[in-house]
Ligand binder design. Structure first.
Ligand code: ATP
Ligand code: MG
Length: 449
């Protein structure tokens, strides 16, 4: 992609309305634009990042055995009356009337709809276990939308819903999502710690929020420092191994970790002082077992092995990809801008032409672009007629992981320069060797083990 033909509205000034760094940088880097309070347009560069986040989420959901579908954003109020939530949900729900004066709503979540889909088609215990998910926009009329896409009114959610015959089977479904979430966040470059969350009237211990530590987090969290060094379950984890998954989950829940709502001051004080980490946290995911809360009123039952109807056990599992984009920036930036990890970077290499119009330089740039793109690398060529300083500043703020810098002087000497955005490390190499080195680095970083 040539920058001269792209749409990248980078801002020079930090917008005053943005309080936290991720919001400031998302506006400055031309990723999003506010359309109404808590409602954002995703500009081209931002959309590429959001799509990358979705792709990682999707791969890990699929790996764990969940099946993707797509439900609509607009739902009927009648569906929500079946579960009793239409009135209970309150002002956060955006209620809509269509031309026939039918009551509709913009979905804040999809438990009711997925339960209705399930009960239409699933009739036998042989149809279980089942986990269906989609990635779809949600609307919650938050009282105080703020921090950009971190807490918006319209936001993207990956929501998965599991159906099982028994509580034990539902626990395995829960563990699958738990492990899939550990892998997902690690691949996104985030250290997410599962923390026990309130299960409300259902009780039990089967609800966890996945929290990343960040100074600008909205909630106060407490955890054992060893979590920060725990190894992520490997890509070849066997999701059908019931005991294996259970022991992974047991290990990841063995140490203290709680949000302020679940905090137990006595247990906390009992920990050695040098193992305690108390910090601010951002909730990026939430998983929940809720048994028959929806299947009971909505009559979602299947025929059990003995021929008798069994009301199914359900769980739901959310990740907010749009919030995740902001969370990654909170975790990965420096004074010059964003530092994208390769798996979510909008482009992997920024190919900076220091002198567009200089025939020799243009040729080396065109050759490198072709060579990298042929290898499947995503390249943004800065071919604008701008000062080098302005180009470097733009590339730094938008945070592309590698800059490949080509100028007339270097070209004469048969050299180009690679700069790693992460640490600023520079290498000077002949163009061919530089391309080979970049292809190697990018491929290796795309899917961290
Ligand atoms: P919060 O406590 O932050 O308000 P929640 O508990 O209401 O969130 P869930 O219903 O658990 O949210 O939603 C699942 C995921 O969707 C959250 O973990 C978060 O990543 C994302 N999410 C929820 N609300 C928002 C929002 N207003 N803006 C952006 N993402 C959100
Ligand atoms: Mg939650």
């Amino acid at each position: 992609m040539r920058l001269s033909r792209y749409f990248l509205p980078v801002l020079k000034e930090t917008p005053k309305e943005a309080e936290i760094i991720s919001h400031q940088l998302m506006l400055r880097a031309g990723l999003i634009r506010q359309e109404s309070a808590g409602i954002y347009a995703w500009l081209p560069l931002g959309l590429r990042i959001l799509n990358k986040v979705n792709a990682v989420i999707r791969e890990e959901q699929n790996r764990s055995g969940a099946v993707e579908l797509l439900m609509p954003t607009i739902q009927s109020a009648d569906l929500w009356r079946e579960s009793g939530r239409y009135d209970a949900y309150g002002k956060e729900m955006l209620r809509i009337q269509d031309r026939h004066e039918r009551e509709m709503l913009f979905g804040p979540t999809n438990e009711e709809m997925i339960t209705a889909i399930f009960r239409t088609y699933a009739k036998s215990y042989r149809d279980l276990p089942l986990n269906l998910y989609h990635i779809q926009w949600k609307f919650r009329d938050e009282v105080r939308p703020r921090f950009g896409v971190m807490r918006s009114r319209e936001f993207l959610m990956k929501d998965a819903y599991s159906f099982d015959l028994t509580k034990e089977a539902a626990r395995h479904a829960y563990n699958k999502m738990f492990v899939a979430y550990l892998r997902t966040f690690a691949r996104l470059g985030l250290k997410a710690i599962p923390m026990r969350a309130d299960t409300g009237p259902i009780g039990g211990d089967l609800s966890h929020e996945f929290i990343i530590l960040a100074e600008t987090g909205e909630s106060e969290v407490f955890c054992h420092k060893d979590y920060l060094a725990f190894a992520t379950p490997p890509a070849d984890v066997d999701f059908d191994d019931v005991n294996g998954l259970q022991s992974t989950v047991d290990r990841w829940t063995s140490l203290y970790a709680a949000t302020s709502e679940m905090h137990d001051a006595t247990a906390w004080e009992g920990l050695a002082a040098d193992t305690r980490v108390s910090a601010r946290g951002i909730e990026v995911g939430h998983i929940f077992y809720f048994g028959t809360k929806y299947s009971e009123p909505m009559k979602a039952a299947v025929q059990g092995p003995d021929g008798k109807p069994v009301t199914v056990h359900m769980g739901s599992y959310g990740i907010g990809p749009s919030r995740v984009v902001a969370a990654i920036i909170e975790a990965s930036h420096d004074k010059d801008g964003i530092v994208w990890p390769v798996p979510v970077a909008p482009f992997e290499v920024a190919l900076v032409n220091l002198k567009p119009g200089d025939a020799d330089t243009d040729k080396v740039v065109a050759d490198l672009e072709r060579r990298l793109e042929a290898a499947g690398i995503e390249v943004l060529v800065d071919d604008r007629d701008e000062r080098p300083g302005a180009k470097f500043a733009t590339m730094d703020v938008i945070g592309i992981p590698y800059q490949l810098i080509v100028g007339p002087k270097g070209v004469k000497a048969g050299e180009v320069e690679i700069k790693a955005r992460r640490d600023g490390a520079r290498r000077t190499l002949p163009p061919d060797a530089a391309a080979a080195a970049l292809i190697d680095d990018v491929m290796r970083e795309r899917v961290p083990a």
